[in-house]
Design a protein around this ligand. Structure first.
Ligand code: NIG
Ligand code: FE
Length: 393
């Protein structure tokens, strides 16, 4: 006896190699997919007639910074007037502006201000959302942010995977060496003790932290049993992608400035490339990540919103599918794979991002003509239903 059978559907179980043939039905038991293509009248507690609609794995948004306070609308205006992201950061704005707002906010205020953003992603079919800290920059404030992230994950209907963004920016007036030491000796062990994160991230960039600091943090994270990932080569090439891939991170994210040798290192180490077209678009960047080279090298390409108050105030996974196609040239099946199977892959999860038997039954039902519609139309699309572990989200 199945818990649920979805029938009269076009179920796309897995965007692995081109657009796969859809199945007409899917059976679910115990919150997981148990079988595809079952008879519509097989014994089941519940039955859902999809009316010929398409069924996709729930979106996995594998890179967000959606837990923050305030906003940075003023930076948008400054950018229109010609300031760059680096100019704004050098004047004490950028990440540090949000750090000041997070310092002023209580844990409850962080939850209250961030929940609508999480709900916006859920409304468009996200069933797993990674959320990073990184706006605390002190032991107490990073823990406050991670506790707020944990509470966001307890609201239901969505799985939140927490990441400790250990090196994001330097707190005002603190030397880099002292700060990195504090992260390694105090913050990381405290995060691990409270099990507040699954993985650790570093912003490796000329305006942030260098390769040696990144690797020192990764070594400690690995000792503590945490997975690693990195923001690399977003604004310049420091060799961060290659070093992180060789270290064995799950993913390298952004990648506008990667070179051929970085791609080879990613391919050799099975690193996922997380492309963030929202940040590229909002920063009006012109250097594109080398999608055709990544494709040729067989590097899996994930997509994410990068939802954050500065570089990507984009609370829309559907907009990301469209931007990935129009700005980066991803094909429709690659784009959907980027927000499903490869997003899951970037989180080190093989139970998410597909509807293969055994996978978590996180799925969405859409009245659209096919997956190509997502890269074709911008706006005006919503899933008819969102299911999380086999029940309505
Ligand atoms: O992914 N690059 C660093 N981190 C974020 C931006 C954070 C911010 O500007 O607040 C990003 O683009
Ligand atoms: Fe980011």
């Amino acid at each position: 006896m199945y818990d649920l059978i979805v029938h009269n559907a076009h179920v796309y179980p897995d965007f692995r190699t081109g657009t796969p043939a859809p199945a007409a039905s899917m059976a679910i038991t115990g919150g997981r997919v148990s079988e595809l293509g079952v008879a519509a009248d097989a014994p089941a507690r519940e039955r859902l007639d999809a009316d010929g609609a398409i069924v996709l794995p729930g979106f996995v948004d594998c890179h967000t910074h959606l837990c923050f306070a305030g906003n940075r609308m003023d930076e948008h205006a400054a950018r229109l007037a010609g300031a760059s992201y680096a100019d704004i950061a050098a004047k004490g704005g950028g990440i540090r502006a949000t750090v000041r707002a997070v310092d002023q906010a209580t844990e409850q205020q962080l939850v209250d201000q961030s929940l609508p953003r999480l709900q916006a992603l859920m409304r468009e079919g996200a069933t797993t959302v990674e959320i990073k800290s990184g706006y605390g920059l002190s032991v107490a404030n990073e823990l406050k942010q991670l506790r707020a992230i944990r509470r966001l994950g307890e609201t239901g209907g969505v799985r939140v995977t927490p990441t400790f963004l250990a090196l994001h920016a330097l707190p005002e007036g603190v030397p880099a060496e002292k700060y990195v030491r504090q992260v390694i000796e105090e913050t990381l062990p405290a995060v691990a003790r409270e099990s507040l994160a699954d993985s650790v991230d570093v912003f490796c960039e000329h305006i942030a932290f260098g390769v040696a600091d990144m690797l020192a943090v990764f070594e400690r994270a690995r000792e503590l049993g945490l997975a690693c990932r990195a923001h690399t080569d977003q604004l310049s090439n420091l060799g961060g992608t290659r070093a992180a891939a060789e270290f064995g991170v799950l993913s390298c994210d952004h990648l506008e400035y990667i070179r051929t040798e970085d791609i080879a290192a990613m391919a050799a180490n099975g690193t996922v490339a997380v492309l963030l077209p929202g940040a590229y678009y909002c920063l009006r960047e012109s250097q594109q990540p080398p999608v055709s080279e990544l494709r040729e090298a067989g590097v899996p390409m994930a997509l994410a919103t990068d939802l954050n108050p500065g570089t990507s105030p984009v609370a829309s996974p559907l907009a990301i599918l469209h931007l990935a196609s129009t700005l980066f040239g991803l094909h429709a099946d690659e784009a959907v794979a980027g927000l499903t199977r490869h997003g899951a892959h970037a989180l080190g999860r093989d139970d998410l991002g597909t509807l293969n038997p055994g996978a978590r039954a996180d799925f969405t039902i859409w009245d659209v003509a096919g997956p190509e519609f997502f890269t074709y139309q911008l706006g005006g699309i919503r899933p008819r239903n969102v299911y999380f572990e086999g029940t309505p989200a």
